[in-house]
Design a protein around this ligand. Sequence first.
Ligand code: KIV
Ligand code: ZN
Length: 546
Amino acid sequence: MSKTPAQKASKTEVIAAKRAAAVTATREAAKAVTADKVVIFDTTLRDGEQCPGATMTFEEKLEVADFLEEMGVDIIEAGFPIASDGDFEAVAAIAKRLKKSVVCGLSRAGMKDIDRAGEAVKHAARPRIHTFISTSSIHIKHKLMKTEDEVLGMVADQVRRARNWCDDVEWSAEDATRTDIEYLIRCVDTAIKAGATTINLPDTVGYATPEEYCQMFQTVRERVANSDKAIFSVHCHNDLGMAVANSLAGLRGGARQIECTINGIGERAGNAALEEVVMAIKTRSDVLPYSTGIKLEMLNRASRLVSAATSFPVQYNKAIVGRNAFAHESGIHQDGMIKNATTYEIMKPESVGVSKTSLVMGKHSGRNAFRSKLKDMGYELGENALEDAFNRFKTLADRKKHVYDEDIEALVDENIATSHDRTKVVALTVIAGTMGPQSATLTLDIEGHHHTTQSTGNGPVDAIFNAIKKLVPHEAKLDLYQVHAVTEGTDAQAEVSVRLSEPIEGKSVTAKAADPDTLVASAKAYIMALNKLMSKRGRLHAQAAG
Ligand code: KIV
Ligand code: ZN
């Protein structure tokens, strides 16, 4: 029996209604997921790199950016394009190569700044401009020397200008936590009306407490009429050691983006550490009902990579990624751990990529064992880098009875840091002891040619650094020289950190090298730091010439 038109229509309506219900359900489900999803915005390459001595070379920045993308970071703030040609170049290169993560460039409120950021990110698959201006009366009066109304006008202008470059625009109220709340509300309202899609309310000076920070987000989100049109973001500095606690409190206040850095590096006491916020969210999901897209097992490796690139050592007791983070020393704790690991362990070391073994290999270990050891430790090297690291490992194993994980980490990190260096240490002989003056005979490989010289000094390290100055004349000032042992024992490798600064631009770089001979490590660290300074200068000269 055929159906009447009315019956046909009602069947179509039922199908349409079912479809609509399915779409609504899917949207609701998606909303529920996104409501809890926290966007991870990493600013290691911008706020992190901004801190004294943490400068990275162009190649190191690309390597870190690739790693962060692979690790699942949603947004990578790649730099501050107007700050220098080197910054611009790095942001532009990162924008061109990343496919999944949003690539963001920072700018102040000036039109030139914004256009420079726009130029830098314009080739990104997913570009973002992050533009900021101070909103606290302290900053408006003493730094900007403007009126509140003038700044309000600038907020609208800066966001509109950025929107001419891309749809994804973040606006930050610098020093938000010391801003009058009524004025902050007017600024946020203006920024959203002008087209900002993310609103960041930073605790720029690390002054807020968690309760205050949470309250600020709640009030602003409640009082700004169109606040649901933007994602709110936290950005916390660690001056009072509350950056992570404040970031998590911001989520309670309704923020859904966290700005953070690997190892917590950043201006002054640093930023909230990425590894700490994501592991807090993971480990305390009972009270922090959020999720992130970070591949947790890559966290330890991210920490090593950034430490190697910046030559900033990770403090031993640093949460999640410090050397002692999973070490149990006292007898009572060790006893508990043997009986059941949950007695003293709230996270499994493997969950953040820390391997359990410490005594590993010796001089009889072959290439395959070395390769699989590196894989266990989370390193993936290309064939050339692997060969180079293996040769260094063999040399070390000949000199040192036990090669520990920490030795291998130091060796591979140094390999990564020096792979693009133009100048390398070839040979060093030092005469030291009570009968001065101490002297050093040094051979360097400078762009493929060997050069040798001899020098004396007030102590062996001074003699070595004088020899380096003879072969590579420079004006850089030595700001820091530090030695520590990589492992225990008298045959342990010495890890030497050297910080140099440019007399004119004042830029400083840090480099770190390890060797069983402290003096060889000193020479290598100094040369690595010089390479970093020269690679910056070289790039600038090349641009000036081009
Ligand atoms: O700390 C801060 O306020 C910043 C802004 C540029 C976002 O880093
Ligand atoms: Zn900051």
